[in-house]
Design a protein around this ligand. Sequence first.
Ligand code: NDP
Length: 288
Amino acid sequence: MSKQPVTVIGLGPMGSAMAGAFLDNDHPVTVWNRTAGKADHLVARGAVRADTVQAALAANELVVLSLTDYAAMYDVLGPAATALSGRVLVNLSSDTPDQARAGARWAARHGATHLTGGVLVPPPWIGKPGASTFYSGPRQAFETYRETLMVLTGTDYRGDDPGLAALYYQLNMDMFWTSMLSWLHALALARANGITAKELLPYATSALDLRYFLEFYTDRIDAGEHPGDVDRLAMGVASVEHVAHTTRDSGIDSALPDAVLEIFRRGQDAGRGGDSFTSLIDILAARR
Ligand code: NDP
């Protein structure tokens, strides 16, 4: 059976990897990018370069978007909106849940179907086992294109609401950036003390493997219970103070541990010193 043809719009590192994966799997691929030269290596591998966005949309029903954000989508597709009717836009660009919902409404107004996606892996993982993408939007459209989308990554359909895939994606990014910044901070502290990233690597991978803690605390957090039986927030405050002091003693920027300490202290000031540090969820979840 012939493979479903697909248009890929947006050829940054991610869109290029996606167009390449479709080509690797014998899907006919049409590409368009604002900076046209970024399509050259894909054209050399058999992709068709559309001269205009209209032509890219006209070429195929399935259109994968890989742009910086939804504002870029309006910039690219807005002037070609009359060509959107009947297209299925699989928007794998990052943005907020509200932007994804507004994007879906905008597409519908132009007669297109919109599926939101949130890709959980970097470009080198596209087309490789173990990669995954959140999807949400009309289930029927997702089911129709699921097999083709599986060329890129595994699929995790979150529901009809177009905002859901974006929400799950941003939840992942929330954890990812904060964790990665904690790693970079530790590396800066290590470097100030003559320790290389390479030397810290085994300890960093172990410290950031938080599965035990996540599994231990999850049910307690859902139950709203934060007993101080295995850790007390007051101990956590002292511990973060030690990190902040070690940072300052090493002569480097302490903005990150200071920010963490500020949140821990707010919990203590709210009378939670005898509870687990997980009681900070009540501080973090407070509406401001
Ligand atoms: P880039 O920002 O490097 O590339 C995005 C693409 O958007 C380029 O093709 C760029 O065109 C285009 N673009 C941006 N603004 C405009 C505009 N105003 N008008 C027309 N075209 C525009 O992103 P990536 O390729 O790295 O990622 C794409 C999406 O995937 C992003 O939303 C990102 O958050 C997400 N993602 C990326 C990952 C990664 O590791 N790279 C991992 C997971 C998700 P031009 O080439 O002309 O500049």
